[in-house]
Design a protein around this ligand. Structure first.
Ligand code: PMP
Length: 429
């Protein structure tokens, strides 16, 4: 038995499912989750001492690579002065100013402790600001686990939302409308019927929770125009895309400005940090300035702010993103070429430092429906062939992959060598 298998067995006795967040349990690919002990740059090392080239990056935060010295030292330095004060601190101002300088549409920003808090708070603010209850989201997009967001589409876009988890009251879910990602015609239809009741649209500008699906040309622009026409708030959930798709996020990459932006992952450099921000006249509705309540004992925590600010300072060079994108292109071109060589149908998507690959005959995957129709058996077999060879990909066909600045040409070459072996094995099945 490997050490990871021993730990997984032990963990299940005291932690539900043995994990503190469900996707870590490898349900999407089967087998035993790998328990990690240490990580450095592009690599992770498991409890059995095995080394992996990592394309998950703690699910997004590690754009600089693991254990970056600037981030580590900033956290240690801040910790030496105290872990939390529950008072305002100067570093919170530096962090706010940094975020405002990097993200085009943010004029004011508030720190929270997770992506879930960021989206939950942004939606409350949009509702409080507009005085409306309904929100519109997209099938296959994930915005954290707040009640209003754990909702499936009803049988038609205009039927009531249905809770996607026990514990979410139908009364809450009914205000959440769900339509297809990249389906602007569906959004237009919903707005025609109930647009005056819609507080906000919340969207992942590049969907990263149904594999990786970029917006079709005109989609984000269309959402912007509808929100302008109907007085609804446009929220970009950039928890995944922020400081990842480009330095200024997807809004800079696609040149569409939302009213509110949710941030997480990279913004904390690995510490539990999220943020939401946007136009000052909307943000001024939050307590203590305005009536919309939102709070957090540990929000703006000095150690988290120090780590996050060090991470954002280290990515202040825009040119790093071109290199990141070129490396993602190299990896995806290599995957497709290798799959084609072995007769395995495969298509890929990418945006900045995010990527996704799909086992499908389709030329391009642009919708949730297509993402769900891919060959899951091939994905699982490929996943385990890569893991065995020391390449750590997201253990689910519905997650995006992440490249970091620490990945070298050699790492990409080695990954492509492993992929060639994996595709060859699939071809024999
Ligand atoms: N929004 C998006 C787009 C996400 O990908 C995630 C997490 N994967 C969240 C929100 C929730 O963030 P957290 O897990 O930090 O609560």
């Amino acid at each position: 038995m490997s050490r990871s298998e021993e730990l997984y067995t032990q963990a299940q006795l005291s932690i539900p499912g043995g994990v503190n967040s469900p996707v870590r349990a490898f349900k999407g690919v089967g087998g035993t989750p790998v328990f990690i002990e240490q990580a450095e740059g592009a690599y992770m090392f498991d409890a059995d001492g095995k080394k992996y080239i990592d394309y998950v990056g703690s699910w997004g935060p590690m754009i600089l690579g693991h254990n970056h010295p600037d981030v580590r030292n900033a956290a240690i330095d801040a910790a030496s002065r105290g872990l939390s004060f529950g008072t305002p601190t100067a570093i919170e101002i530096s962090m706010a100013e940094k975020v405002i300088s990097l993200v085009p549409s943010i004029e004011k920003v508030r720190m929270v402790n997770s992506g879930t808090e960021a989206t939950m708070s942004a939606i409350r603010l949009a509702r409080g600001y507009t005085g409306r209850n309904k929100i519109l989201k997209f099938e296959g997009c994930y915005h954290g686990h707040a009640d209003a967001l754990l909702v499936n589409a009803g049988s038609g876009a205009l039927t009531l939302g249905v809770p996607s988890s026990p514990g979410v009251p139908a009364d809450v879910a009914q205000h959440t409308l769900t339509v297809g990602f990249n389906q602007l015609d569906q959004v237009e239809q919903v707005f025609k019927e109930v647009g005056d009741d819609i507080a906000c649209i919340i969207v992942e500008p590049v969907a990263g929770n149904m594999n990786c699906i970029p917006p079709q040309p005109g989609f984000l622009e269309g959402l912007r125009a509808l929100c302008d026409t109907y007085g609804s708030v446009l929220i970009f959930d950039e928890v995944m895309t922020g400081f990842r798709v480009s330095r200024g996020g997807a809004q800079q990459f696609y040149q569409v400005q939302p009213d509110l932006t949710c941030l997480g992952k990279v913004i904390g450099g690995g510490m539990p940090v999220g943020a939401f921000g946007g136009k000052a006249d909307i943000m001024n509705h939050i307590a203590p300035l305005g009536p919309v309540y939102q709070a957090g004992t540990l929000s703006g925590n000095p150690v988290a702010m120090a780590a996050g600010l060090a991470a954002l300072n280290a990515i202040s060079d825009e040119s790093q993103y071109q290199l990141l994108e070129d490396n993602v292109t190299k990896l995806m071109d290599g995957f497709r070429a290798s799959a084609a060589k072995h007769g395995i149908p495969l298509t890929t998507n990418q945006a900045g430092g995010m990527f996704g690959f799909f086992f499908t005959d389709a030329e391009q995957v642009t919708s949730f429906e297509q993402a769900t129709q891919c060959n899951m058996e091939q994905f699982k077999a490929f996943y385990h062939a890569m893991l065995e060879q020391g390449v750590y990909l997201a253990p689910s066909a519905y997650e995006a992959g992440f490249m970091s600045f620490a990945h070298s040409d050699d790492d990409i070459e080695e990954t492509l060598r492993c992929a060639d072996v994996a595709f060859a094995r699939l071809a024999k099945q």
